[in-house]
Design a protein around this ligand. Structure first.
Ligand SMILES: NC(=O)c1ccc[n+]([C@@H]2O[C@H](COP(=O)([O-])OP(=O)(O)OC[C@H]3O[C@@H](n4cnc5c(N)ncnc54)[C@H](OP(=O)(O)O)[C@@H]3O)[C@@H](O)[C@H]2O)c1
Length: 298
């Protein structure tokens, strides 16, 4: 069997940049844990770290990067604009860069299409929304502070609105969305592909206490391949064509999640996982002042 090198696999973005297929997720990584997880990941060979201002851990992520000794320019670093900062994009990126202790990020994402009023997090601005925010984010291009711009949690409806607005001069390079066998979003994936937008899958394992770990179809495939359920879930995402962001603060798991070379799923195994009927979503929109998901994967 041909030896696939998924750990060095990258996807080319519409900017020409190459995003590594496997990145370390850091949401819900507790203080005191995330620095070590980032360091362990980079030492294990990861070259892609995903964080966000909202995770409150940018400083520690930066410390983990420095502790690893891996040169900054070898690492793909993503962070995200938090919802209450939509009217303060220039200030937000400077704050994130300061937290991370770096001059630039490889990818800056609008975390959610929700311009939340910072004075009342239950309210949306009356006079501002994500199209205005994107107009401001575009101004970061050419400053050297962000190498690529993208969005997250954008459904087709919101992408359509953004792309059809005359102020939209830059097509997002990435849409980071929830992707696992119980939230496969084929229509959204197809739509993004048709617009040249790469998808990155978050919660690729189904997040904390994942019901997918008990799924019989995945369990049988994992057993037959002598692999873990988590490795099968990650391989499924990579073979489907999106980058994946497994989160772990457990060094042995961080390493195991990166052990994706030299084996692959057959087309039949991929199809079996595709056919799993279970559906759940880790991240809903009920906590936001606006609706951002519109049913199915639209
Ligand atoms: N853009 C967005 O709005 C958004 C939303 C959600 C997530 N994300 C990004 O996507 C990343 C991943 O999503 P996620 O954190 O929701 O969930 P996930 O990566 O699907 O799952 C993480 C959970 O799985 C456990 N785990 C990891 N590897 C394992 C293994 N090999 N064996 C057993 N358990 C394992 C982790 O435990 P331990 O850590 O205890 O090992 C943790 O509880 C986030 O961290 C974040 O960077 C982005």
């Amino acid at each position: 069997m041909a030896q696939t090198k998924n750990t060095s696999k990258t996807y080319k973005l519409n900017t020409g940049a190459e995003i590594p297929a496997i990145g370390l997720g850091t949401w819900q990584s507790q203080p005191g844990e995330v620095e070590k997880a980032v360091e362990a990941a980079l030492r294990a060979g990861y070259r892609h770290i995903d964080t966000a201002f909202a995770y409150g851990n940018e400083k520690e992520v930066g410390e983990g990067i420095r502790a690893s000794g891996v040169p900054r320019e070898e690492i793909w670093l993503t962070t995200k604009l938090d919802n209450p900062w939509h009217k303060r994009v220039a200030e937000a990126i400077d704050t994130s860069l300061k937290n991370l202790g770096t001059d630039y990020v490889d990818l800056y994402l609008m975390h959610w299409p929700s311009s939340t009023n910072p004075d009342d997090l239950k309210k949306h601005y009356d006079d501002w929304d994500f199209v205005d925010t994107w107009r401001e984010m575009q101004k970061l291009s050419g400053t050297g502070k962000v190498r690529n711009l993208g969005v997250s949690n954008f459904a087709i409806k919101n992408l359509e609105r953004l792309l059809n607005d005359p102020s939209c001069k830059i097509v997002p390079a990435v849409n980071q969305i929830e992707l696992h066998p119980a939230n496969p979003s084929p229509k959204l994936i197809e739509y993004c592909k048709s617009k040249g937008i790469h998808c990155t899958g978050y919660s690729p394992l189904g997040s904390s206490d994942s019901p997918l770990y008990k799924n019989e179809v995945i369990g049988e495939i994992a057993k037959a391949k002598n692999r873990s359920v988590q490795q099968v879930l990650l391989m499924w995402g990579v073979q489907k064509g999106w980058s994946v962001l497994p989160k772990s603060v457990t060094p042995s798991r961080v390493e195991a999640n990166f052990d994706l070379d030299g084996w692959s799923l057959t087309d039949e195994e991929v199809a079996k996982i595709d056919a799993i009927p279970d559906r759940f979503k880790v991240c809903g929109d009920s906590w936001l002042p606006v609706k951002v998901f519109f049913g199915d994967d639209e």
